[in-house]
Design a protein around this ligand. Structure first.
Ligand code: ATP
Ligand code: MG
Length: 589
């Protein structure tokens, strides 16, 4: 393949576009890989399409290597199967829905569990047909609340989605493990630093699930590791260690105190110590019970419900954790105080919530027998010795509190949690029978009785991967593609016109004939300096500069990643580059 810059649909930009905030988005726009075409929608320019296709091919090859079979479902689907599975409403505002000319409701599929289950039901009748795994690489549509960061969160994006069908749990576990291993191979081949973490299952349903997070400061996911063991989890999935419950009846009686002007935890703690409330002057925020009012809307429900969350006052509520815990419901901060006079802002305590039928969930640290300083449900007043299991009874627990670096590890208890940010590039789930139940997918079992297959599903964000690789592989001059996904193997730069250009084109032709992907900067109206700057921005691993030393039979080879430059004779250069690209040099390809 030989591309010529003079005719390529490419325009590089010197400045960061105003609407691009994260490095991958800025660089992919500036270097001419993508153009924004719609909110959350991007056009792949020729260089970008080459990278996307190489990434897709690596993903596809590793899926085929584990025996998955490629299919292709329509993206435009009738509503019916999604109604049957319940996801028409569960996915809520995130799905694009539309009606055809006859008024029949359709959707642009956000993912295809329903179709995979129906296809297997359609074609397979016997246990002998199993196990089977189907996959596709397809454009998905989601009406994301916050499309952002270019390809990282689009409303239209490319996904590889696979669906496994097994007859028993052991089979599902094997399929899951196979995909887990294949994913690690995919990400290693792509040159991505990825961590596998425990995850929540979200709108997908099902039980065991893990995410593959590519380390990146701009990532939307926060995940924890442990200093002592190999525990790794998305903060959404971190489980708080609950202390042992105690006897609620050993504490002094609840006492109400005047605490004027103390609507915040900090002001309350200060006053409690100044006045030695309940005879103590060692109050800390962790002794207080903070009650946060939220509204929760279940998919399809007209009205949001009130939810109060109680947690130790030294912790903030992490809304992402709350949403993950309550998925598929959505959550908002409550602000309609006038409509609920029973909720006294700044002085709310759980003592009255049951009476008003307000749902109350607590942090796992709020166990029966714990005693708290909390609101007395009157302006300017708080209560001490408000005891869980005596003065209030929560409706359950919820993982709502922020996770902090230094928290004890929930797995080993010995280590401390460390925190990093990452981009979710893949997600694997053991779904179970949610979808095969919904569509009554039954096949004839070995004993003549019907058996119902169990499913796994495995997603990779293919277009998001391109941005994730860019996020991990760039410097202040531009992109630095790993060789496995670069749009071209070699960027030939004709520093001048005439013989230098002729030699560059000749060399380009010979490299392309040898099977390399080549971009020749054959522009005659721009300076060598501009070409060098563009080459660094575009980020092809190797550049060959055909310049003044051509008269002596030499060109310069530049390594984009190391910055290393060497002069090489033109004679034998094709073989030399071929060796270099096909991996004769260890660690290159
Ligand atoms: P997220 O938590 O980032 O919204 P998700 O949990 O909704 O992702 P899945 O339903 O698990 O995503 O989809 C499989 C994969 O598709 C994800 O791991 C991610 O890499 C990719 N993906 C999901 N949503 C988007 C999007 N809006 N734009 C680009 N890629 C996406
Ligand atoms: Mg996910």
């Amino acid at each position: 393949m030989l591309l010529r810059t003079s005719t390529l649909l490419l325009r590089t930009l010197r400045e960061d576009p105003a609407d691009a905030e994260v490095p991958s988005h800025q660089l992919l726009l500036r270097a001419g890989y993508v153009r924004r075409a719609a909110p959350g929608g991007y056009t792949w320019l020729p260089l970008g399409k080459l990278v996307l296709d190489r990434v897709t091919e690596i993903v596809r090859a590793e899926m085929l290597a584990i025996g998955d079979q490629e299919v292709h479902f329509p993206a435009l689907l009738p509503a019916e199967p999604y109604r049957t599975s319940g996801r028409w409403t569960e996915y809520g505002d995130d799905i694009f829905t539309l009606a055809d000319r006859r008024g029949a409701e359709h959707l642009l599929a956000p993912t295809h569990e329903e179709m995979a289950a129906l296809l297997v039901k359609d074609l397979f009748t016997s246990y002998r047909d199993f196990p089977v795994t189907l996959f596709q690489v397809q454009t998905k549509f989601r009406d994301e609340a916050r499309p952002r960061a270019g390809l990282l969160r689009g409303r239209e994006f490319l996904m590889k989605d696979a669906y496994s069908f097994d007859l028993d749990e052991a089979g599902l576990q094997r399929a899951y493990d196979r995909h887990r291993a294949a994913y690690q191979t995919v990400f290693a081949r792509l040159g991505l630093d990825v961590t596998v973490v425990r995850a929540m299952s979200g709108a997908m349903g099902g039980s065991a699930s893990e995410e593959f997070l590519a380390a990146a400061a701009v990532g939307e996911d926060t995940y924890v590791g442990c200093t002592a063991c190999d525990y790794a989890a998305n903060t959404e999935a971190v489980v708080t260690h609950a202390p042992a419950a105690g006897d609620p009846h050993t504490h002094p009686a609840l006492a109400v105190h005047d605490t004027p002007e103390t609507p915040t935890i900090a002001s309350l703690v200060e006053l409690a110590n100044d006045r030695a409330l309940a005879g103590r002057a060692d109050w800390t925020a962790a002794d207080t019970l903070k009650n946060v009012v939220l509204t929760v809307r279940r998919p399809g429900a007209d009205q949001a419900e009130l939810l109060v969350i109680g947690l130790p006052g030294d912790r903030e509520v992490d809304l992402k954790r709350v949403e993950a815990a309550l998925a598929p419901a959505t959550v908002a901060v409550f602000d309609d105080w006038p409509a609920h006079p029973e909720l006294v802002r700044g002085y709310l305590g759980p003592q009255i919530l049951a009476k008003h039928a307000v749902r109350y969930l607590v942090d796992p640290r709020v166990v029966p027998g714990t005693s708290w300083l909390t609101g007395a449900n009157e302006p300017g007043r708080h209560a001490t010795d408000v005891v869980c299991g005596r003065d209030f009874t929560p409706d359950g627990t919820i993982e709502a509190a922020e996770v902090r670096a230094g928290d004890p590890c929930p797995a080993c208890g010995a280590g401390e949690l460390t925190m990093r940010r990452g981009i979710e590039v893949g997600h694997i789930f053991q779904l179970g029978r949610r979808y095969t139940d919904a569509f009554a997918v039954d096949v004839l079992g070995p004993a003549g009785r019907p058996v119902r297959p169990t499913m796994g599903c495995y997603g990779i964000g293919v277009s998001r991967l391109v941005a994730s690789i860019a996020e991990q592989h760039h410097d202040d001059r531009g992109l630095v593609w790993p060789a496995a996904v670069a749009p071209c193997d070699v960027h030939l730069i004709a520093a001048g016109k005439g013989p230098q250009l002729d030699a560059a084109l000749d060399l380009g032709g010979r490299l392309a004939a040898a099977g390399l992907r080549v971009l020749v900067d054959d522009r005659t109206h721009v300076s060598a300096g501009v070409k060098f700057t563009d080459a660094e921005l575009i980020g092809i691993p190797l550049a060959v500069v055909v310049g003044r030393r051509l008269t002596d039979g030499y060109v310069e080879l530049r390594d984009r990643a190391s910055g290393e430059r060497v002069e090489l004779p033109l004679a034998g250069l094709v073989e030399r580059l071929l060796d270099e690209v096909t991996g004769a040099r260890p660690g290159r390809v």
